[in-house]
Design a protein around this ligand. Structure first.
Ligand SMILES: O=C(O)CCC(=O)C(=O)O
Length: 264
């Protein structure tokens, strides 16, 4: 099976990389072959229904109310369900690992981060039909991430069509230029959103299955509820350069997995 669309191998990356640096996001357009995107979506379902298939995955279920505030953090696997909102450590699954290390992402990551590229996280974001919850405006950095240097390169890829009604990615263009809104990072305070008129500047990025978007970690982004009859699954991958360290003290500091090693 071809992982990527044939034209991806020759695509010029200058325009998306410049747009990413200027605006904090850039559409890469269609990237995954339809067969590979479908296989990943199928695998996502298998992993949600059986936690013995890939030991070490991190599971987080959607909240019963569909509200972010009601998510049971720390509950992990709660039995077979297609309503997990998030699965982390996808790199442990061989099929997802092949997606993470595809040749386009390698070209982009090595161009922006250097030859040595590491993985901070690879996450499945799942919104079940009719009920999948929203993810509020946030930035992906701060105390919880605990990194010695600000991370900046993330790639979001849809495994399903993601129209606005299904909870497509939305961004506030140029918001990365202000850095972290608070040392904590993560979810943005309402006062800060109001001050910046986030609703007014919000830019929705509806996409088709297999499309990718570059998203700067400091870009304000969110996704809405899924009100459609179809699932909306997506993968986001956060890459790091070689000099980034984990600063966490309470638990042993993490070491990050090196990617694309066969390109040495
Ligand atoms: O796709 C989603 O629902 C959320 C993606 C996201 O917020 C992220 O990758 O940080």
């Amino acid at each position: 099976m071809d992982l990527l669309l044939a034209d991806v191998h020759h695509r010029d990356l200058n325009a998306p990389i410049n747009a990413f640096q200027d605006c904090g996001f850039a559409r890469l357009g269609p990237v995954l072959s339809p067969e590979f995107a479908a296989a990943l979506a199928h695998r996502a379902n298998e992993l949600m229904l059986d936690n013995t298939l890939c030991p070490g995955l991190f599971y987080q279920h959607d909240s019963p109310t569909g509200r972010y505030e009601d998510v049971k953090f720390g509950a992990g696997w709660v039995g077979p369900s297609k309503r997990y909102r998030k699965l982390e450590r996808l790199e442990r699954d061989p099929l997802f690992r092949s997606m993470i290390e595809n040749s386009l992402f390698r070209r982009i990551a090595q161009r922006m981060l250097g030859e040595e590229v590491y993985l901070y996280r690879a996450v499945l974001w799942n919104k079940a039909p009719k009920v999948g919850m929203a993810v509020p405006w946030h930035q992906d950095d701060g105390k919880f991430w605990g990194l010695s240097q600000p991370p900046f390169l993330q790639v979001w890829t849809g495994l399903d069509d993601a129209p606005l009604e299904a909870g497509c990615l939305e961004v506030v263009p140029n918001s990365h230029l202000g850095g972290l809104a608070s040392a904590e990072g993560g979810t943005l305070a309402q006062a800060r959103l109001d001050q910046a008129k986030a609703e007014h500047h919000a830019c929705a990025l509806p996409s088709k299955r297999g499309e990718s978007v570059l998203v700067h970690n400091h870009t304000w982004h969110r996704t809405g509820r899924n009100s459609t009859d179809a699932p909306r699954r997506a993968v986001s991958i956060s890459f790091l350069g070689k000099d980034v360290r984990c600063k966490r003290r309470r638990r042993a500091p993490r070491s990050f997995m090196r990617l694309f090693e066969d390109s040495i």
